[in-house]
Design a protein around this ligand. Structure first.
Ligand SMILES: Cc1ncc(COP(=O)(O)O)c(C=O)c1O
Length: 380
């Protein structure tokens, strides 16, 4: 079956007892055992819940994996991956990553002795040189956040194989509609399901999808032992969101491409960072690696300083001033003050996140209305 058919039918079996075309939400925290100590598929809701299981089936199918795990947030999913490591192990991560991931890597993992190097994936030779004998994991994000850098995933898989290390990618921005990293040989796909998978700014969640059963077993053990699972109501909302994922993402990409062109031609803008533009340094790789669209996130730098940029993001009427992304309503933010405020200021600048950078998440509103909204805000 095609992607959008699987999004509707895999993990969404009808309820045989009632004929309901949508599976019921199971809220039970515990499940009866027929005999003491005889474990059935479900025994306790942290270890497994039927509604969460349905979502995991859909996610595994859409990411071309064999199994998925749903978490209470994207950060919980990322944390679970990092818990595969032990004291003394080392992670090489791309430098264009979500601010919360930066914080987890630098301010939490260091407490348990896991070391981290941030290196741009724009120079893969330097990226490979950052690998040491202690390196156990390459952490990637493509498109990156907030600079929309594109990482060549095939090349990273080849590097990882040479050094015998795991690869994991935060696939939140691309979604499985545009990039399915497991098909390219990446070991672990992670999502903030809060974003496109849910798609409506009404539920927090995270996910991990893998192809390898042994790796799944290791990750499941960590999830069950540490407990950051997704609840049944959020699982239901994510499953519902996934049914329209492809339609939403394709349309949002189309509008983002139009907005990128509009902004690129505007003298009030210094530069536009969108992989769908020929001017983007990662355009050729993105065209090969992304399936029929370049995402609905884009960043741009205005002519002006921190204050001018702040005024612009505070002046839009349709674009709402908020962190997060990937939902039907468009959002705008200033990374230096918002999504990437958790970076140390010097680190932020050295990674190219300037004060005049604005990031937008393009929703499902009409292109013309979004264009006019940016136009009036830039005149502020
Ligand atoms: C790219 C990316 N990864 C991970 C996260 C963290 O996800 P969550 O907020 O669901 O914990 C976010 C949140 O903004 C994100 O944008």
């Amino acid at each position: 079956m095609k992607f959008r058919t699987r999004a509707i039918h895999v993990g969404n079996q009808r309820d045989e007892q009632t004929g309901a075309v949508v599976p019921p939400i199971h809220v039970a925290s515990t499940f009866v055992q027929h005999h003491a100590g005889e474990w059935r598929e479900f025994d306790y809701a942290r270890s497994g819940n039927p509604t969460r299981k349905n979502l995991e089936l859909t996610l595994a199918s859409l990411e071309s994996g064999t199994a998925a795990l749903a978490f209470s947030s994207g950060m919980a999913a990322t944390h679970c991956v990092t818990m595969l490591l032990e004291s003394g192990d080392h992670i090489v991560a791309g430098s264009d990553i979500y601010g919360g991931t930066y914080r987890l890597l630098h301010k939490i993992l260091n407490r348990s002795g896991v070391l981290v190097s941030l290196t741009s994936t724009g120079d893969l030779a330097a990226f490979e040189r950052a690998i040491t004998p202690q390196t156990k994991l390459l952490w990637l994000e493509s498109p990156g956040n907030p600079l929309m850098s594109i990482t060549d995933l095939n090349a990273c898989v080849a590097i990882a194989k040479r050094h015998g290390v795991l690869t994991a990618i935060d696939n939140t921005f691309a979604t499985p509609v545009l990039t399915r990293p497991l098909e390219l040989g990446i070991d672990i796909v992670m999502h903030s399901a809060t974003k496109y998978l849910g798609g409506h700014s009404d539920a927090l969640g995270g996910a991990i999808v893998v192809a390898d059963k042994t790796l799944y077993d290791r990750l499941y053990f960590i999830q069950n032992a540490t407990g950051a699972v997704l609840g049944p109501f959020e699982s239901f909302l994510m499953s519902r969101g996934l049914k329209t994922l492809e339609l939403r993402v394709r349309e949002q990409c189309r509008t983002a491409q139009q907005l990128a062109k509009f902004l690129e031609a505007d003298s009030r803008i210094q530069r536009v960072l969108y992989p769908g533009l020929a001017s983007h340094p990662g355009h050729a790789i993105a065209a090969r690696q992304m399936d029929g669209g370049f995402g609905a996130m884009l960043s741009f730098e205005v002519v002006g300083d921190f204050e001018k940029t702040k005024r612009v993001v505070e002046s839009t009427k349709l674009f709402q001033l908020a962190v997060s992304l990937g939902a039907v309503e468009s959002l705008i933010e200033q990374p230096a003050a918002m999504s990437h405020a958790s970076y140390d200021a010097a680190d932020r600048l050295s990674h190219g996140i300037r004060d005049e950078l604005i990031r937008i998440s393009v929703g499902l509103e009409a292109f013309e209305d979004l264009r006019d909204d940016l136009d009036q805000a830039l005149n502020t």
